[in-house]
Write a protein that binds this ligand. Structure first.
Ligand code: GDP
Length: 288
C-alpha cells in the first residue's frame, strides 16, 4: 500500500485517530524493530496525548536480537512500556494483554473498589503503513468472532474485536505517516519495504544501507556475497557504489557491455535484507 501524504491527509489522519481515542483505554503504537525511530510518527506524543500507550517493536524476528534489547532499554529509559513482538508468528503477542492490564492498573483497581466488574480494556492499534497493523489485529483476533458495534460510541462500520477475556481492539487501526522529510529516514523505510522503493532511487537506497552494513554487519555482508576485501567502513557513497558493483558482478547483474546493472544489484541486496538472508539486521542504533 502506498499512501501519498499531503498536509491535508496528515490533518485528517490525526483527527481520525483523535476521534477514536475517545473510545479506547490504551493505544498500541506499532513500530518496526529494524528501524524503531524511522518508523515512528514524528507527532505521536502530541497525537496520543495523555492516553496510556504500549509501544510494540514489531518484526523483531527480522531485527538484530542484541539491538532489540538495547532498543527496549532505550524506550524504557523514557518511561515507556514496550514489548518486542513478531505479529506474523505471534511471538510476544500473548503478553500484550497483561502489559495493558499493568498500564491500566489504577483505573481497573478503581473500578473494582467501586464494586464494578471491570470490563475488557479497549485498544487502538496505530502505526505507519506496512508496519504490521493488520497482521497483529488478525493474530490477536485469532478464531474469536468480531463483536459488532451496537454499542454507544462505535462508529458505523467499526467493530470491536475480542482478543481474549481482557482486551478488545478497534478493528480499524490508525494509520500514521512517518517523518519522511529526513532523507535518511526515507532510505531506511525504503530498505525495509515500508515505502515503495521507486519513490527513491533503489541504488541510492542500497548504497546508504551498504555504508551501515559495512560497519555493523561486515561479516554477514562479506560472507553472503563472497567479498574478500570489504573495507571496514564505506566513508562515502562512491565507496559504497564500488561494493554494490562487486555484489552485482558476483550475482551476475549485468547490463550491456559487461557493465554492472546497479539497480538490479541493489534489488538483490534489498531483497536479501528484507527476507533475512543477511541475518537479523537492525538499521539504526539508539543514541544513549
Ligand atoms: P499494515 O499496513 O500496517 O496493516 O501492515 P501489514 O499487516 O499488512 O503487514 C505488512 C507486511 O509485513 C506483511 O507482508 C506482513 O506479513 C509483514 N509482517 C507483519 N508483521 C510481521 C512480523 O512481525 N514479522 C515479519 N517477518 N513480517 C511481518
Amino acid at each position: 500500500m502506498t499512501i501519498q501524504w499531503f498536509p491535508g491527509h496528515m490533518t485528517r489522519a490525526k483527527r481520525q485517530i483523535q476521534d477514536k481515542l475517545k473510545l479506547i483505554d490504551v493505544v498500541l503504537e506499532l513500530i518496526d524493530a529494524r528501524v524503531p525511530v524511522s518508523s515512528r510518527n514524528p507527532m505521536i506524543d502530541e497525537i496520543v496525548g495523555p492516553k496510556p500507550r504500549l509501544i510494540l517493536l514489531n518484526k523483531s524476528d527480522l531485527a538484530d536480537p542484541q539491538q532489540n534489547a538495547r532498543w527496549l532499554d532505550w524506550f524504557r529509559s523514557f518511561g515507556h512500556e514496550v514489548l518486542a513482538i513478531d505479529a506474523n508468528t505471534g511471538t510476544g503477542t500473548k503478553d500484550i494483554s497483561a502489559r495493558v492490564k499493568l498500564l491500566l492498573k489504577e483505573k481497573i483497581d478503581r473500578q473494582i473498589a467501586k464494586g464494578m466488574n471491570p470490563r475488557p480494556s479497549r485498544a487502538l492499534i496505530v502505526g505507519i503503513p506496512n508496519v504490521g497493523k493488520s497482521t497483529l489485529i488478525n493474530k490477536l483476533a485469532g478464531r474469536s468472532a468480531a463483536i459488532t458495534g451496537d454499542r454507544p460510541g462505535v462508529t458505523k462500520g467499526q467493530q470491536w474485536i475480542r482478543t481474549g477475556a481482557d482486551l478488545e481492539l478497534l478493528d480499524t487501526p490508525g494509520i500514521l505517516w512517518p517523518k519522511f522529510e529526513d532523507p535518511e529516514v526515507g532510505f531506511r523505510l525504503a530498505a525495509t519495504g515500508a515505502i515503495k522503493e521507486e519513490i527513491l532511487h533503489v541504488d541510492e537506497v542500497a548504497c546508504f544501507i551498504l555504508r551501515w552494513l559495512a560497519v555493523e554487519y561486515r561479516e554477514a555482508l562479506a560472507e553472503r556475497y563472497g567479498l574478500s576485501e570489504l573495507p571496514s567502513e564505506l566513508p562515502d557513497i562512491a565507496s559504497a557504489a564500488e561494493v554494490l558493483e562487486q555484489i552485482g558482478r558476483k550475482r551476475g547483474c549485468l547490463a550491456g557491455g559487461g557493465h554492472v546493472d546497479y539497480a538490479k544489484a541493489a534489488g538483490v541486496l534489498l531483497r536479501d535484507l528484507r527476507t533475512g538472508k543477511l541475518g537479523r539486521i537492525t538499521l539504526e542504533a539508539p543514541v544513549i
